[in-house]
Design a protein around this ligand. Structure first.
Ligand code: FEO
Length: 170
C-alpha cells in the first residue's frame, strides 16, 4: 500500500511524464512545419515513449492500491529558433526529469518503501539513456552547424526511429 505522500508524488510524476509527451509532440509539430520530417518523426516517437512512461506510473499507483489523480497538463512552448535549440531544450528537460526521478527515489528510501524504490530503478536507468540520446543528437547538430547536407542526412537518420510499445508489465 502506498503512503498518501508517495501517492501524491507519483501522481505528480504521471503529470510530468504526460507533459513530456505533450512537449515532444509540440516539438514534432514544429519540425513538421519546418520541413524536417525525420526530426518530426523522432519527436513523435519520443512523445509515445513518454506516454508509455506515464502509463507505467499510472499502472503502478493503481496496482499498489493508490488512487490515480490526473491534473491539468501545462501548455508547452510552440516555437524554437532552430534544431539545436530544440535539442538543447530536450536535454535540459531530461536533466530536470532525472532530478524528479532522483527525488522520488529519495522519498521512497526515506519512507522505507522498497517496492516503489525497486520500481523507480527502471526509470533511473532510463534517464541515463534519455540524456545520452539527446546529447548524441545535440553533438551531431553542433558538428553539422549550418551545413545543409549534414542536416539533411541527420533528418534521414532520425526518420528511422520507431518506438515499439513494450509488452504490458515491461
Ligand atoms: Fe520520461 Fe524522457 O523521461
Amino acid at each position: 500500500m502506498l503512503s498518501k505522500t508517495m501517492e501524491k508524488a507519483l501522481n505528480g510524476q504521471i503529470n510530468a511524464e504526460l507533459y513530456s509527451s505533450y512537449m515532444y509532440l509540440a516539438m514534432s509539430a514544429w519540425f513538421s512545419g519546418n520541413g524536417m520530417a525525420g526530426f518530426a518523426n523522432w519527436m513523435r516517437q519520443q512523445a509515445q515513449e513518454e506516454m508509455f512512461h506515464a502509463i507505467k506510473f499510472y499502472d503502478f499507483v493503481g496496482g499498489r492500491g493508490g488512487q490515480v489523480a490526473l491534473a491539468a497538463i501545462a501548455k508547452p512552448p510552440g516555437a524554437w529558433k532552430n534544431a539545436i535549440e530544440v535539442f538543447q531544450a530536450t536535454l535540459t528537460h531530461e536533466q530536470k526529469v532525472t532530478g524528479l526521478i532522483n527525488n522520488l527515489v529519495n522519498q521512497a528510501m526515506d519512507e522505507r518503501d522498497h517496492a516503489t524504490n525497486i520500481f523507480l530503478q527502471w526509470f533511473v536507468s532510463e534517464q541515463v539513456e534519455e540524456e545520452a540520446n539527446a546529447t548524441a543528437i545535440l553533438d551531431k547538430l553542433k558538428l553539422i552547424g549550418k551545413e545543409t547536407g549534414g542536416l539533411f542526412a541527420l533528418d534521414q537518420e532520425l526518420a528511422q526511429r520507431l518506438f515499439t510499445l513494450p509488452a504490458p508489465g515491461a
